[in-house]
Ligand binder design. Structure first.
Ligand code: BYC
Length: 474
């Protein structure tokens, strides 16, 4: 089978010799990276029941089969073109969308694509050891589905780099495989992608909150005047929703099980004594991954964001829903800041410079729905506990609040109070150890689940919950 037959695509790869040549060079390096940095211990002797995108129509999505991970068919897909698509924001609003990269925006566009691309292999690297500690075969399969799709998202960005950025693009594509999550000399570009994900609670919180940053960023990029970038990211969004489903339902199932354990123990017992994850611990992981993901939206006041918008490279999420002129030349944003006296106050900022914050607003609202759903679940069990999203000033490392200390409600606090109390708000090494202790023994028996998590409501692709989602070949 030649390259263009092996790689499912809708970009006419078979007649694109330049792309074929670039991929022939890059693909073996990708496979090498996957075998070294992808899921450890599950590469050669396991068949995984995975979904592979074979085309962009809904039927193309329903393709499920058992595959060995290195044999997964990573494809290149763009959403169907919008006829006569016009730029819908920024200084070129109303003009036809670009099919090629304008020279003057080449560097900015490359930077955006590389930053997006860098997060994808990073997340696979972060999660590579989790398979050894899975709570069930159903969850193991979901982890691998997320991993192969993050791999495909890397392919999506590499396709753009190879097709539109010549030599520089090919160099960048190689570097995407050279940086490594957490590596001291060559770390991944954005900070949240250098933190290892060692526990399943981290994994679910990451897919709930950090993949949701993926959603907000991909929505913004799908507005781009560069039509191939817009179409690529539109298709990626369909996969991103599944990742958030894994996170949202994973946390929901942990919460459900905790409620059951609390009930069984007469509400008085420390749920850790019966092997569950107490709700206060879940809140700490929410606090951590939510605040990390807020950082991923960049600084509140950003000339990069202003340039991206003005030049039509990156819009707002769901740009068409905004009722303004989509040019924002004279608009202002009222930004929450901390005054010189240390008190919260507000400052007017040109709207274009505040667009990272505008996207953060969108993101925070999108996160809230999950919290509300989990709270309803807890209430239905008659338990008096409510999850909250921490204030956006809490635990920030990027932007105007970095270096300042706030409690989760957004109250400014001093360094002593922070030192004394941050273990109540963020995961401590003890929490981490506890989680590692309850996941130490993986559950590989079909239909069985670790004690700390409830089974899902239904299986994958209408298969039963006790389906053998991952098979071991001896
Ligand atoms: N960590 O003006 P600023 C996903 C840098 S997740 C480290 O504040 P800007 C996924 C910034 O690069 C979505 N550095 O921010 C999820 C800049 O450096 P330069 C990924 C940071 O540029 C789960 C400087 O600080 N996609 O898909 O407006 C699993 C000042 O920048 C950070 C994207 O990010 C940070 N957190 O916005 C798998 C979309 N934040 O240029 C995948 C593309 C900022 O001065 N990226 N810096 O050297 C962007 O749109 C922008 O780069 C950002 C930053 C929103 C990230």
């Amino acid at each position: 089978m030649n390259l263009s037959e092996r790689i499912p695509n809708n970009v006419d790869l078979s007649s694109n010799k330049r792309l074929q040549r670039a991929l022939e060079h890059w693909q073996p390096k990708y496979l090498q990276w996957w075998s070294e940095m992808g899921p450890q211990g599950f590469q050669n002797y396991h068949q995984v029941y995975l979904r592979t995108a074979v085309s962009v129509d809904p039927k193309g999505w329903a393709h499920f089969e058992y595959v060995k991970l290195p044999d997964y068919r990573w494809g290149i897909f763009l959403a169907e073109p919008t006829p006569d698509r016009r730029i819908n924001f920024g200084q070129f609003k109303g003009q036809p969308a670009w099919q090629e990269v304008p020279g003057e925006f080449r560097n900015q566009l490359r930077r955006l694509i590389v930053t997006q691309g860098d997060t994808e292999p990073a997340s696979v690297e972060q999660q590579r050891l989790l398979g050894h500690h899975c709570p069930s075969l159903y969850d193991l399969r979901n982890l691998f589905q997320v991993n192969v799709e993050e791999g495909r998202h890397l392919w999506a960005m590499v396709y753009l780099l190879h097709s539109y950025f010549g030599r520089d693009g090919r160099d960048e594509a190689e570097e995407l495989l050279e940086r490594q999550s957490g590596n001291r000399d060559k770390p991944r570009m954005l900070e949240a992608f250098n933190t290892p994900i060692e526990t399943w609670l981290d994994f679910f919180a990451f897919t709930m909150f950090t993949d949701r940053d993926g959603k907000s960023q991909l929505l913004s990029l799908s507005e781009s005047s560069l039509d191939p970038l817009s179409r690529t990211t539109r298709f990626m969004l369909t996969e991103e929703s599944h990742h958030m489903f894994v996170g949202d339902t994973g946390l929901g199932r942990i919460i459900e099980r905790t409620c059951q354990l609390m009930k069984e123990a007469g509400f008085s017992e420390d749920v850790r004594k019966v092997g569950g994850i107490d709700l206060a611990t879940v809140q700490k992981y929410i606090n951590f991954w939510f605040s990390q993901s807020l950082d991923l939206h960049g600084s509140e006041v950003s000339s990069n964001a202003a340039n991206y918008f003005t030049n039509g490279l990156k819009g707002r999420a769901e740009e068409e829903k905004y009722k303004d002129d989509h040019v924002l030349a004279d608009d202002v944003y009222l930004l929450d800041v901390v005054g010189d006296d240390g008190r919260p106050t507000r400052r007017e900022v040109p709207m274009r410079n505040a667009l990272n914050e505008v996207l953060r607003d969108w993101y925070v609202e999108d996160c809230r729905s999950g919290i509300e759903r989990w709270n309803k679940k807890i209430q239905s069990h008659g338990i008096d506990f409510e999850f909250t999203l921490p204030d956006r000033k809490f635990n920030r490392q990027i932007g105007i609040f970095s270096g300042l200390r706030f409690d989760p409600s957004g109250r400014p606090i001093g360094p002593e109070e922070w030192d004394r109390r941050h273990g109540d708000w963020l995961p401590s090494s003890k929490d981490n150890e506890y989680l590692k202790s309850i996941q130490a023994k993986p559950v590989y028996e079909p239909g069985k689940f670790a004690n700390y998590i409830a089974p899902p409501l239904r299986g994958v692709n209408q298969q039963p919950i006790d389906f053998e989602y991952v098979r071991t070949e001896l």
